[in-house]
Design a protein around this ligand. Structure first.
Ligand code: HGY
Ligand code: MN
Ligand code: MN
Length: 393
C-alpha cells in the first residue's frame, strides 16, 4: 500500500487521480521508481526495444522458462491510482514474499511494466506487450504519433527507455492482477474474479468532411457543415449498439472539429469509436454495419479502422491454478469475462496466461475516483502468490 500511494504521487491530479501518460515525464519518473524498488528486492532489471521493463528474480534452474507477472504504470488522462499499478506492484510483492519465506523455486520470475497499455496518448492500446508478443512489429509502434505530433520512438528515447529487443523465448506462464473496472464483483459480493477471457475490441476514427467558411457572412443554406450531420451518424451508431445488447459496448470518447475555431465553420469533424463484444462473430457483424453506415449511408464520411483485438480465452491451467489458490484461501470468487482490454491479451498468444480481478468501488475506473480496498488488494495478491507458487516450484 505504501508503494501504491507513493506511485500515485507521480502525476497526481487535484481530484485524487493520476495523469501519467505513456512516455511522459511522469511515466519516466514512475519507471525509475519501479527500477529502484526492484533493485531493493534484489532483482536484475532491464528494458527492451519498447521500453517494457523486466525485474527478474532467478529460479534455481536457469534453463527453465520464466514466469511473467505484469501490468502497466501508464494511465488515462484522468486515471485512477489502481488501474495497472496494482498488477505491477503485486508482482514486486510476490517477489518480496518469496524472499521473506525463503522459497526456493525452479522457474525465474519476471515482473513486467508493459509500455503504453492504455493507448490513450499513442494508439493502439497494449502496444508494448503487443510488440513483445508479436501482435505488432516495432516499426509500426515507433511510427505512432500523439496529438501533438510526437513520434513514439523519439519519446521513448527521450525518457531514456529505448532498449534492445530480446530474443523470442518460451515462458512458463503469465499472470496479471487487475481491478475489475466494472460493477460485477462488488454487486455479487465476490472478492476475486477468475478471468476466463477478454472481450474483443475495435477502434476507429470517423471523419465527416465539410467546407471551412466564415461563421458570419456565410448563409446557413450555403454551408457544408459536418457538425450538422454528426447527430444523425451518432444516432445510427448508438442504435447499432442497442441492437446488439446486452453484451455490446460503444464509446465515442473524443469529438474534434478542425480547425476548431469559434468563428469558422469546421472543414471536418473527427470522432473516435471504441466497440466491444465478447463474441468475435458478433463483433464482425457490428464492424460490417459500421462500414455500411460510414461508407455507404453517408457520403463525405471516412472510416479509419485503427485497431482490432479479437476476443481471447485464457489458459485452463492458469484458470485452475487461480481457482485452487482461491479455494485454499477460501475467498469468494466468480469466473468472468473481462470487459476491459489488458496486456494479458497479448501475452496469451505466447504463454499460458491467466488474470485475477478484485472489485473496484461502484465499478468505477478510468476515473479519478477509482478505489480498491486494502482488504481486496491483500486477497488479490495472496491468490496471485499462491497461484504463482504452485507453478514455479
Ligand atoms: O481500453 C482498455 O480496455 C484498457 O483499459 N486499456
Ligand atoms: Mn489497465
Ligand atoms: Mn486502463
Amino acid at each position: 500500500m505504501e508503494r501504491l500511494f507513493r506511485m500515485a504521487e507521480i502525476g497526481a491530479t487535484k481530484n485524487g487521480g493520476v495523469c501519467r501518460l505513456a512516455l511522459s515525464e511522469e511515466d519516466r519518473i514512475a519507471r525509475d521508481l519501479f527500477t529502484e524498488w526492484a533493485k531493493e528486492l534484489g532483482c536484475a532489471v532491464h528494458f527492451d526495444n519498447m521500453g517494457n521493463q523486466f525485474a527478474s528474480k532467478a529460479g534455481y534452474d536457469p534453463g527453465a522458462p520464466s514466469l511473467l507477472i505484469g501490468s502497466h504504470l501508464d494511465s488515462q488522462p484522468t486515471g485512477g491510482k489502481y488501474d495497472g499499478v496494482l498488477g505491477v506492484l503485486a508482482g514486486l510483492e510476490v517477489i518480496a514474499r518469496l524472499r521473506e519465506e525463503n522459497i526456493n523455486h525452479k522457474h525465474s520470475i519476471d515482473v513486467v511494466n508493459w509500455t503504453n497499455e492504455e493507448g490513450s496518448r499513442f494508439a493502439p492500446a497494449m502496444i508494448g506487450s503487443g510488440v513483445f508478443a508479436g501482435v505488432f512489429d516495432a516499426e509500426y509502434a515507433y511510427s505512432q504519433i500523439d496529438s501533438d505530433g510526437n513520434f513514439f520512438k523519439e519519446e521513448l528515447s527521450r525518457i531514456g527507455y529505448l532498449g534492445k529487443s530480446h530474443d523470442k523465448r518460451k515462458y512458463r506462464a503469465c499472470f496479471e492482477l487487475h481491478i475489475e473496472q466494472g460493477p460485477v464483483l462488488e454487486s455479487e459480493k465476490k472478492q476475486i474474479g477468475i478471468v476466463t477471457g477478454v472481450q474483443g475490441i475495435r477502434w476507429y476514427h470517423i471523419t465527416i468532411r465539410g467546407q471551412e467558411a466564415h461563421a458570419g457572412p456565410t448563409p446557413m443554406e450555403m454551408r457544408s457543415d459536418p457538425v450538422r450531420k454528426l447527430h444523425t451518424i451518432i444516432a445510427d451508431l448508438y442504435s447499432l449498439a442497442d441492437k446488439y445488447q446486452p453484451a455490446s459496448r460503444l464509446t465515442i470518447g473524443s469529438i474534434k472539429t478542425d480547425p476548431g475555431s469559434i468563428n469558422t465553420v469546421p472543414g471536418s469533424v473527427t470522432l473516435s469509436l471504441d466497440i466491444r463484444q465478447p463474441d468475435n462473430n458478433t463483433l464482425q457483424l457490428i464492424h460490417e454495419e459500421i462500414e455500411n453506415i460510414c461508407t455507404h449511408k453517408y457520403k463525405d464520411t471516412e472510416l479509419e479502422p485503427i485497431w482490432h483485438s479479437p476476443s481471447v480465452p485464457f489458459h485452463k491451467d492458469c484458470i485452475e491454478a487461480i481457482e485452487n489458490a482461491a479455494d485454499t484461501l477460501q475467498v469468494p470468487y466468480k469466473k468472468m469475462f473481462s470487459g476491459a482490454g489488458h496486456d494479458a491479451v497479448c501475452m496469451s498468444r505466447i504463454a499460458p496466461t491467466g488474470m485475477i480481478f478484485i472489485p473496484c468501488k461502484d465499478g468505477i475506473s478510468h476515473n479519478e475516483a477509482e478505489y480498491a480496498s486494502p482488504d481486496d488488494i491483500e486477497a488479490g495478491i495472496s491468490v496471485l502468490y499462491e497461484a504463482v507458487k504452485s507453478i514455479i516450484k
